[in-house]
Design a binder for this molecule. Structure first.
Ligand code: SF4
Length: 329
């Protein structure tokens, strides 16, 4: 079956200023990412700030072009899709609902705007559809002419979700959609997203630094580190049998959450490495307590291991380096 979303060997680099009198440098934000998602699945993408997950989200939305590699939706390369067609099929929900909503517009205007852009319906029909969507996400009609500034953070995120769904998309890319909200509101928004997935037959890519949130909503998880996927597996497998030492450290961090501070210190020794100067070999090796000699020089590939568990892992503990050499020769 053709996956609904398929990314193959996706790369995105940026040229950055390294400082006064220093040559410009290349930051590899997304590095060789390959993933697949079937219709109705929820792919959780987790990792620390700066691991490339938000750049990947923007690439899947067509907002940041790939330096190389391809993204296909239903077998069609998005680089060849008309922009309007892409936005009809793929919609975002971002972290900060306030900055993504025009403060001078009513929420009904905001939600109906995509319909206007695509020339769908009359003004009256668009307003009726927007109010219907707002009610579906839990905002009664009495809020219809409110501005975003009159709403709470959770209500604003409901508006952003209504706007994303008003065009009846197939795919929603959620980039940290609950991390700016109070903990009590986070659960409400997550539950709403899960209900809407069933009702509208949606497929989600769900980006988060919070593994507990991803465990709640995702069917599959990809763990990113320094622009690469280091482990991917069905959610239950990943949480019950984490293989990559970085995934194990992330899971340990769930036990000691520090709200608003991202992933806490996981006892990994060194802090997150400078993405401009990634370590040689396995990029995780300076922080890894299982580090072997081979890890300093050879980067492990993301592969099936011999455990029989579903999913793939990029670690020499599971796929010996000699196998990589064979695979690369
Ligand atoms: Fe650790 Fe080596 Fe595995 Fe990298 S390849 S995670 S350094 S054991």
């Amino acid at each position: 079956m053709t996956p609904l979303i398929q990314a193959h060997d996706l790369n995105r680099s940026f040229t950055v200023n390294a400082g006064m009198m220093k040559p410009r440098q290349t930051l590899h934000a997304v590095n060789g990412v390959t993933l697949q998602l079937q219709r109705g699945e929820v792919l959780g993408i987790v990792g620390e700030s700066g691991c490339g997950k938000s750049t990947l989200a923007r690439m899947l939305l067509g907002l940041t072009p790939a330096s190389s590699g391809t993204i296909e939706i239903d077998g069609q390369d998005i680089a060849r899709l008309d922009r309007r067609e892409l936005t009809r099929r793929v919609q975002p929900v971002f972290q900060d609902p306030y900055s993504s909503l025009n403060p001078r517009k009513s929420i009904t205007s905001i939600v109906s705007f995509p319909l206007e852009v695509h020339g769908i319906g009359t003004a009256t029909e668009r307003r009726a559809k927007a109010i219907e969507m707002l009610e579906r996400v839990g905002l009664p009609a009495r809020y219809a002419d409110s501005s975003p500034g009159q709403l709470s953070g959770g209500q604003r995120q409901r508006v952003a979700i209504a706007r994303a769904l008003v065009m009846n998309p197939e795919i929603v890319i959620c980039d940290e959609p609950t991390s700016a909200l109070d903990v009590s509101v986070q659960a409400q928004i997550l539950n709403l997203l899960m209900e809407l997935r069933q009702e509208f037959d949606l497929t989600y890519v769900f980006i988060s630094h919070n593994l507990a949130v991803v465990q709640h909503i995702a069917t599959h998880v990809a763990v990113m580190y320094l622009g690469r996927i280091v482990e991917t597996a069905p959610t239950a497998t990943l949480f019950e049998h984490p293989r990559h030492p970085y995934t194990q450290a992330l899971l340990a961090s769930v036990l000691t959450p520090e709200t608003g501070l991202g992933i806490p210190d996981m006892g990994l020794g060194l802090s997150f490495p400078d993405p401009l100067h990634p370590p040689s070999g396995c990029p995780f090796h300076p922080r890894c307590k299982h580090r072997m000699e081979v890890c300093d020089s050879q980067r492990p590939l993301l592969e099936d291991d011999s455990s029989g568990l579903p999913g793939e892992v990029a670690c020499h503990l599971y796929v010996p380096a000699t196998q990589h050499e064979n695979a690369l020769s």
